[in-house]
Unconditional design. Structure first.
Lengths: 280, 192
């Protein structure tokens, strides 16, 4: 058994939310640089140049890349032999977010209630997912999620007979209707399988995967590359101003499902997808 | 870095002649004053107008930037300050255009009511790069309060832009860059 203090978790989350919001991940940076070389249109080139310059300014001046610093999604994966001490785990996570958003001059974008809409003024509470693993490790992924793209996400309970073709059609249609307010170039997380809520979780978890390592499942890798080509052929381009770069990455995660179902979820995300992982 | 096409300098405030020279797809660099206003300020403008009361600022000839910045750090003019989705302001916009609002800066599609009103009132809608909040903050040189401090981050402010990059989405000729790229019924349509 290993004792881990929740104050360590709290401090690490505080630092991580600031870092995630101000420093572009290297995989997105590389994708944008590649896109810069592939784009031919002057407007598309200008937008990608702006995004790269934006990332450089944000990192140098420690200010957020995007003003929508997001609702924070936290994945806490820990070994079943970990014993948490010095307080409550979820309270510590929210403390870290509170401190990070205040000290990092990040925007408070959370309301306590969806209908009465009073801002909590510290960007809490986070959406927290817990997963147990064997052993004593602690792994944390954070994903502060902006809502321009989140609002354009979709879910469908398809029929098994719709098959791969039906799933692909729904994915393509979802990206097509997402439009410029979701800030293309997009990163798209796709979930297939599970049940109604699990499929949405799979889609979001897909956003945690690095863009430059291929899907280990060749069947899914093949599907991803076909969808990627089809989406880039739509011509939506950076910001919907037209161009070849509509997508920076698309990742599929699948899960076991019921004999009568084929759930598909498409979680839209943008070039400002902020993901950071660390171990404690 | 590769070549990018030059952006035409455009001075604010806009007038009918300046707006008439713009076409959907043009890249511009905006310099001059705009009003920063988003959801809550638009709601308040509508409430005042519905009650037959005047607005505490002149709207004729103005350009509104739909922006909800992150907090400024000490010594900064403004925090990260990219555009917010414009469609949430659509319900309020035709009325403001009728009062002489000349320009808007935001991101994403507008309703057909808005694009028609843009044309009939000789106005223009610009798209700014969504998510480029750090870069756009550098192109905002000064900020002053204008009205409704009680709205906090959603108060109306005066912003002075300097070479602020934008693209013309809707022009006075009925041109629509998003329609050209994605089709009129296509991606991101906001009419329900
Ligand atoms: S969709 Fe992404 S880039 Fe666009 S405003 Fe939201 S968080 Fe920022």
């Amino acid at each position: 058994m290993r004792e881990v203090s929740v104050t360590r978790l709290s401090a690490a989350i505080r630092d991580a939310v600031i870092l995630a919001n101000t420093v572009m991940t290297p995989d997105i940076q590389r994708r944008l640089e590649e896109a810069q070389n592939q784009e031919t249109g002057p407007v598309a080139r200008a937008v990608i140049a702006d995004l790269l310059e934006n990332a450089a300014i944000a990192q140098a001046e420690h200010i957020p890349m995007c003003q929508d610093t997001g609702l924070v999604v936290v994945y806490l994966t820990f070994g079943q032999d970990v014993h948490w001490v010095d307080g409550e785990v979820e309270a510590a996570i929210n403390d870290g977010i509170r401190q990070g958003y205040r000290e990092g001059y990040l925007r408070f974008s959370v309301v306590a209630d969806p209908l009465r809409r009073v801002n909590t003024r510290d960007n809490t509470p986070a959406i927290v997912h817990y997963r147990l693993t064997p052993g004593e490790g602690v792994h944390v992924d954070i994903l502060p999620k902006g809502f321009g793209a989140e609002n354009r996400s979709r879910l469908a309970m398809l029929k098994p007979s719709d098959g791969q073709a039906g799933a692909e059609q729904f994915i393509l249609e979802s990206v097509r209707v997402a439009g410029p307010q979701a800030c293309p170039p997009f990163i798209v997380g796709v979930g297939i399988g599970g049940d109604f809520e699990r499929v949405a979780e799979l889609a979001k978890e897909a956003l945690l995967e690095p863009l430059d390592t291929p899907n280990p499942d060749p069947y899914l890798a093949d599907m991803e590359s076909r969808l990627t080509d089809a989406i880039n052929a739509m011509g939506i381009g950076p910001q919907g101003f037209g161009g070849r770069t509509t997508l920076l990455g698309l990742r599929i995660k699948v899960g076991a499902t019921h004999i009568a179902g084929l759930p598909v979820a498409v979680n839209m995300s943008c070039h400002s997808t902020r993901h950071l992982a660390f171990d404690l | 870095m590769g070549q990018v096409s030059p952006r035409a300098a455009l001075r604010l405030p806009l007038d009918a002649a300046r707006v008439a020279r713009l076409r959907a797809g043009d890249q511009v660099a905006l310099t001059g004053p705009v009003l920063g206003a988003r959801d809550a300020a638009h709601q308040r403008m509508r409430d005042l107008l519905a009650a037959g009361k005047p607005l505490p600022f002149e709207i004729a000839g103005e350009t509104i930037y739909y922006v909800g910045p992150s907090p400024a750090q000490p010594g900064q003019v403004i925090g990260s300050a990219g555009p917010t989705s414009s469609y949430r302001m659509d319900a309020f916009t035709p009325e403001l255009l009728a009062l002489g609002l000349r320009g808007m800066i935001g991101k994403g599609r507008r309703s057909r009511d808005v694009t028609r009103a843009i044309q009939s009132h000789q106005a223009v809608y610009f798209g700014a790069v969504g998510g480029a909040g750090a870069l756009l903050a550098r192109r905002i040189r000064k900020q002053e309060p204008v009205a409704w401090d009680d709205l906090g981050a959603e108060a109306v402010v005066r912003l002075w832009l300097k070479a602020f990059p934008a693209v013309v989405i809707n022009d006075v000729y009925g041109g629509d860059l998003y329609d050209n790229v994605m089709g009129a019924d296509g991606a991101g349509a906001v009419d329900e």
